[in-house]
Design a protein around this ligand. Structure first.
Ligand code: PHE
Length: 460
């Protein structure tokens, strides 16, 4: 089969396998849960414009760089740098492994909420939207849901790359897309939806600050699974004949497309229910959607609502699988230990690390009011803190370092050669020239400066 390079490590059965799996990694809670509340926190349309600009202008080149590094070296996020002859840079891979661990720890908790909501929607509990605070404060229940989620993730990762990841994404991703498109169409027929569309699409440029740019940048990296070596790891399973440019383009368009549609749907619902301006934060979709499903009708609303959260859980699953794969591939490759046992140990460890995130939703005051930033009025919870650190700071920092590494250390010419194996003429094309320019100058400058300025103002 084309695409398999080293049968002992496994590989994707063909190009579509890689694209689906990487798109599966990208599409997840980031698109449907995180994107809408980040837009809402970031002031609407202006955030959307910045997010799109980051995705297309900066993340796209960084994405190509990650996949090329992975394919060139056929190694995990840490080993790839050593294999390429730059041992010191494996520290960047280790930052990625740490980031993956931190993200998975809270992501798994939110995935547990989605699972719980699926059950509640099927049961017709449309009031759950108003009772979201009580729902997340019930830590025993959340412990059950998130442990189910982690066990399923562990099981799939333990089965190896092509067996589990590929099969799941082939069926479920298209179903999710169809459901969101239908819900979007429905949301736009609701009264007041137009105001939501205006809020979402018409930018108020006064809303642009370093802090919102930082949020949009973090969101772009998070949503594309970028900046922590997930795509180095997945790229290591890509065949030499595959075209990295078209593959990454497909992944990018799928991910951004789904986030964009989900956002449109959400703001149409938010405004038609008169819930705007409530600053829902991380609870936004969970407070708004049950009411939207109820409006569809008592029976159909249950079925659609239930399926929506089932598919959202599956989208989250293809992302948790990729998050767990990063530390696992690192440990298995570098320490030559058995895959199965490693997956369980790492997975359970990350689950335990997520417990403070679960307890920080009102159960334990210490985790609920975990840190006080100098830039904000109220203290933030343990989960918000981990999220801010890992997704808004470490991912763009990782993206910054990957750009510098690719353009200046590995060197643009070598990167170009790797991409050209499956895409002759890349170096002379407009995309090729732009990519090298972006990796050399644009990405290091923009990612570096926004990260430094915001971190200094936020935390100090
Ligand atoms: N991109 C995933 C999502 O949007 C989250 C993720 C981040 C997965 C980083 C892997 C690596 O849900």
């Amino acid at each position: 089969m084309a695409g398999i390079k080293d049968s002992s490590r496994g590989g994707f059965s063909n190009k579509i396998g890689f694209v689906l799996a990487a798109a599966g990694s990208a599409v997840g809670l980031g698109n449907i849960w995180k994107f809408p509340f980040e837009v809402s926190d970031g002031g609407g349309g202006a955030f959307v414009v910045m997010y799109l600009a980051f995705c297309f202008m900066l993340c796209f080149p960084v994405m190509m760089a990650e996949v090329a590094i992975g394919r060139k070296t056929n190694k995990n996020a840490v080993g790839a740098f050593t294999e390429n002859g730059h041992r010191a840079w494996s520290a960047l891979g280790k930052l990625g492994v740490l980031t993956g661990i931190l993200i998975l720890s809270f992501y798994n908790v939110v995935a547990g909420w989605a699972l719980g909501f699926a059950i509640e929607m099927f049961a017709g509990n449309f009031e759950l939207g108003q009772n979201f605070g009580a729902f997340i404060g019930n830590w025993q229940l959340n412990l059950v849901f998130s442990s189910i989620f982690m066990v399923v993730t562990i099981y799939i990762v333990a089965k190896g790359v092509s067996g589990g990841i590929e099969k799941a994404s082939k069926i479920l991703m298209p179903s999710l897309l169809i459901l969101i498109l239908s819900l979007m169409a429905y949301s736009l027929t609701q009264e007041g939806a137009v105001d939501g569309v205006v809020y979402y699409l018409v930018p108020d440029f006064n809303a642009i600050t370093f802090e919102t740019a930082y949020g949009a940048m973090g969101q772009a990296f998070f949503s594309l699974s970028l900046g922590m070596g997930a795509l180095i790891t997945y790229g290591s399973y890509v065949g030499k004949k595959d075209n990295i440019v078209t593959s990454t383009t497909m992944i990018l368009l799928t991910d951004v497309g789904i986030a964009f549609i989900a956002g449109l749907m959400m703001f149409a619902f938010v405004f038609s229910q008169g819930l705007q301006g409530q600053g829902g934060g991380a609870g936004l979709i969970f407070t708004v959607l049950p009411g939207a499903f109820e409006s569809i009708g008592p029976v159909l609303g249950r079925v659609i609502g239930g399926f929506f959260f089932v598919l959202l859980s599956f989208a989250a699953l293809t992302s948790t699988v990729s998050l767990l794969e990063v530390p696992v591939a690192y440990v298995v490759d570098e320490y030559e230990v058995r895959r199965e046992r490693t997956v369980w140990i790492v997975g359970v460890g990350i689950f335990l690390l997520g417990i403070p995130s679960m307890l920080g939703n009102g159960t334990v005051p210490f985790f609920t009011e975990f840190v006080q930033y100098s830039s904000s009025e109220n203290p933030v919870s343990f989960m918000d803190f981990i999220e801010d650190m890992a997704s808004d700071t470490f991912l763009p920092l990782g993206g910054f370092l990957i750009s510098v590494y690719t353009a200046w250390v590995w060197r643009g010419d070598n990167f170009k050669k790797e991409v050209e194996i499956g895409n002759p003429g890349f170096g002379d094309s407009l995309i090729g020239k732009y990519t090298i320019f972006a990796l050399k100058y644009l990405a290091p400058f923009i990612l570096g400066s926004i990260t430094v300025i915001t971190v200094l103002s936020k935390f100090f």
